[in-house]
Design a protein around this ligand. Structure first.
Ligand code: C2E
Ligand code: MG
Ligand code: MG
Ligand code: MG
Length: 288
């Protein structure tokens, strides 16, 4: 019941708000049970190296298969996982699932060696034992650290830069070579910090790729990010590439790797494996 303020306070607690609140509560309860019920899945989206046209790996993206609602997208449930703290458990589950998958591909398939990227959340990065957790998972699953890549967003790094530097250093000391700054350009980046983070790749945010090759601002920003990254000896990935013209622009302007619907949307593990095999058979003759 809403607070009564001068007679008509009830008006603020509408039935719509009621529905929203119970929706959210229902989501939250569902998420608490989802791990135990095996409702989470990992999808894989290929990363394509522009220099040789090869698929060099993938980004692992979490999906929730809700018994009634079907596939729920991370935009809807990741924020709830973060607010409730469930993200720590689920985040570890993703790391474990991905490492098991990497190992399975390495031991039972004809796939070339692939590097698979896992997104970390801010809360995971704030845990002092993150590096140990990751190292333990790698050891348990028998995966060499160089096959695991991690994605952290610019805002996560800037939240507590010194802490981020420390944690990423520990992670790097465990042998993990690939750490990407996700959604680059959308946070408030401090170039002086950028230099201090032990990162090796910037992911140019989709919002800048969208306007290519025509929007003057997006052209300027993309070119600036590519130039800056290269002068800091960092790799550049463009995310959300959907059209030929965008790909051509990015290739012409020295972008290293692309990811997007133009290659493939995120797909389940078996479909990703098929895609890589088909691609590696045909790529030797034709570039993308
Ligand atoms: P992100 O890490 O920036 O991932 C890229 C998002 O862009 C993915 O959305 C992907 O499906 C989408 N995408 C890729 N190419 C295209 C394209 O060409 N066109 C369009 N329209 N979209 C494209 P998704 O899978 O819905 O994930 C959204 C966000 O949820 C991710 O953004 C990431 O921040 C978060 N997320 C996903 N999985 C995890 C996870 O396991 N852990 C954590 N902490 N966050 C995750
Ligand atoms: Mg990402
Ligand atoms: Mg991204
Ligand atoms: Mg993004």
């Amino acid at each position: 019941r809403a607070k009564e303020d001068g007679g008509n306070g009830y008006r603020f607690f509408t039935s719509e708000m009621n529905t929203l609140a119970s929706d959210r509560l229902e989501m939250e309860n569902g998420l608490r049970r989802a791990l135990a019920r095996g409702e989470f899945e990992v999808y894989y989206q290929p990363k394509l190296n522009l220099a040789d046209g090869r698929i060099i790996g993938a980004e692992a993206l979490l999906r929730w298969r809700h018994p009634q609602r079907g596939l729920v997208s991370p935009g809807e449930f990741i924020p709830i996982l973060e607010e409730t703290g469930l993200i720590e458990q689920v985040g570890s589950w993703v790391l474990q699932a991905v490492c098991q998958q990497i190992r399975l591909w390495q031991t039972t398939s004809a796939l070339p060696p692939l590097v698979i990227a896992v997104n970390l959340s801010g809360r995971q990065l704030q845990r002092s034992n993150l590096a140990t957790t990751i190292a333990d998972i790698l050891e348990e699953t028998g995966v060499e650290p160089r096959f695991l890549e991690l994605e952290v967003t610019e805002s996560m790094l800037m939240h507590d830069p010194q802490c981020a530097v420390d944690v990423l250093m520990q992670i790097r000391n465990k042998g993990i070579l690939h750490i990407d700054v996700d959604d680059f350009g959308t946070g408030y980046s401090s170039l002086s910090y950028l230099k201090q983070f032990p990162i090796d790749c910037l992911k140019l945010d989709k919002s800048f790729v969208d306007g290519l090759p025509l929007d003057e601002d997006d052209i300027a920003i993309s070119q600036a990010v590519i130039a800056m990254a290269h002068s800091l000896r960092l790799t550049v990935i463009a995310e959300g590439v959907e059209r030929e013209e965008q790909l051509a622009f990015l290739r012409d302007n020295g972008c290293d790797i692309i990811q997007g619907y133009i290659i493939s949307p995120p797909v389940p593990a078996p479909a990703f494996a098929q895609l890589v095999l088909a691609h590696s058979q045909q790529h030797s003759t034709t570039l993308p």
